[in-house]
Design a protein around this ligand. Structure first.
Ligand code: ATP
Ligand code: MG
Length: 466
């Protein structure tokens, strides 16, 4: 069996970690941008300062063209840095290079007094640099000539500062996410432990154990599911009990007639007189017939059990006509037993929804009982009527001795028969009748008798109007 639990755990983690990591990526991008800005802010000022220093070495020259007087030593002091290389150039307003590095791309700023310096990125000999460019007067005097000063610096310390700033923001966040992952992992594992225990509680039990699963430790979300499973097990348990009892009862009921049959056969085998053998065979036939009826009743009981696999086919049926039709089949048998079998119906059809075969079986069992338990000369009536409140009643009455009040419930139980009954039977007929009535959502009752005479079994069906 595949474990369901880690999948849930992984899913939860993915849902939590996915958005967190996405957030981290966005955050890193933002932090990188911000840290680069701050690194530039800090170092740009120094770059501008160097530009100012350089201008201090410019002098007014001949014909109004300034000169740059800066010794190599001075330039070295100004332009030396531990991490970066620096370049500069100074240009006259007419575009002539006054000093510095000619390979530095010349800025094309409009000359202007008091304008802000420009900072931007450029490249010098294939190397990226940060540049400051500005027009500056060579001294404080009014009307002093202007020069364009540019200082450029490679990006090493800026990059390093930006990276350091970035690391100081991102690393703690990454650690936080790792910690959150660990905590969530542990939390989810512990949270899912009851489910794991539940799984063991189910997988460890024997297939015969249908007792309810203990719910006291089960998380609220799963409880309805467990309750449903328990409910199902309770129903299964009832069905199992029922089946077990039925099989035991059936085996018990079949044992007696089968041993009777064997004894009769042994007896017949010892006979030599053909006449007596014939007699034994006739007896055997009667016993086999009884046995086969018992088996039929047992099968019918199993077939009509509520929830049985055999599906019920309820179709429109006229109870009035059908009761007469089934009742007629019993006339020859009734005559043989000197019973006056009558039928009373109504003028119009009584439409109900019924399964023909099962309804026939129900009527057969009730009529069979009425004839079987009435003394010769009795009257049995099959009656179909409209109750007036939306029901059709089928009643089978006899005028034999009434069933004692205390037995009226129990005769519907399986194998229950009245004490001292002389007639053949196994006590299954009324149990079958009651099952069939249930399948038709019909109510069966044994009506009150008058002065201890007669029995009326009536079944109430809901009327269906065509
Ligand atoms: N109309 C009746 N008059 C008197 N007693 C009856 C009547 N119907 C049923 N009984 C009593 O109820 C008992 C149960 O009836 P049920 O039809 O369930 O079983 P059975 O007739 O004994 O056997 P079978 O399974 O062959 O029908 C009968 O044994 C009988 O004692
Ligand atoms: Mg019967």
């Amino acid at each position: 069996m595949r474990k369901a639990e880690p999948r849930l755990q992984r899913k939860l983690l993915a849902w939590l970690l996915g958005p967190l990591l996405l957030l981290l990526v966005l955050d890193t991008a933002a932090a990188y941008w911000v840290s680069q800005r701050f690194a530039n802010l800090a170092y740009d000022r120094a770059l501008h300062e160097i530009a100012r220093e350089i201008v201090l070495h410019a002098r007014p020259g001949e014909a109004g063209r300034p000169r740059l007087e800066m010794s190599e030593a001075t330039a070295n002091v100004l332009l030396t840095d531990a991490q970066d290389r620096l370049f500069f150039r100074v240009d006259a307003p007419d575009g002539g290079l006054l000093g510095g590095d000619p390979s530095l791309p010349r800025a094309r700023l409009a000359p202007g007094r008091g304008a802000d310096p420009r900072f931007y990125e450029d490249s010098v000999r294939d190397e990226r640099v940060r540049m400051v460019a500005a027009w500056m007067p060579i001294n404080e005097a009014a009307g002093a000539p202007m020069v364009q000063v540019q200082v450029a610096e490679t990006l090493n310390k800026r990059k390093r500062l930006a990276l350091e700033m970035l690391a100081s923001v991102v690393v703690p966040q990454l650690l936080l996410i790792l910690l959150a992952t660990a905590v969530v992992w542990i939390g989810v594992s512990r949270g899912l432990q009851p489910l794991q225990r539940l799984r063991h509680a189910v997988s460890d039990r024997s297939h015969l154990d249908l007792s309810p699963i203990d719910t006291h430790d089960v998380p609220g979300e799963v409880r309805p599911l467990v309750d449903e499973v328990n409910e199902l097990m309770a129903r299964l348990g009832k069905t199992f009990d029922f089946q077990n009892r039925f099989v035991a009862d059936a085996a018990h009921q079949l044992k007696t007639p089968v041993s009777g049959l064997k004894a009769q056969i042994e007896l017949a085998l010892r006979e030599s007189d053909p006449e007596r053998v014939r007699h034994s065979l006739a007896q055997l036939y009667i016993s086999a017939d009884r046995l086969s009826r018992l088996v039929r009743q047992l099968l019918s009981l199993a077939r009509n059990e509520p929830g049985a696999l055999d599906t019920v086919q309820l179709q429109p049926l006229d109870l009035n006509a059908f009761a007469l039709e089934v009742g007629m089949d019993w006339v020859p048998h009734a005559i043989k037993r000197s019973i006056d079998l009558g039928f009373e119906g109504v003028e119009h059809p009584l439409m109900i929804a019924a399964d023909r075969d099962r309804l026939r079986e129900l009527i057969n069992n009730l009529v069979d009982n009425a004839i079987r338990y009435s003394p010769p000369g009795g009257r049995v009536t099959v009656r179909a009527s409209d109750t007036g409140d939306g029901h059709a009643r089928l009643a089978i009455s006899d005028d034999g001795p009434s069933i004692p009040v205390e037995e009226r419930q129990r005769i519907f139980e399986r194998f229950h028969r009245l004490l001292g009954t002389q007639e053949d039977g196994s006590g299954l007929g009324l149990a079958i009748v009651s099952e069939i009535a249930t399948l038709h959502e019909a109510r069966i009752e044994l009506e009150e008798d008058v002065d201890g005479v007669g029995n009326t079994f009536s079944v109430l069906f809901r009327l269906r109007h065509a």
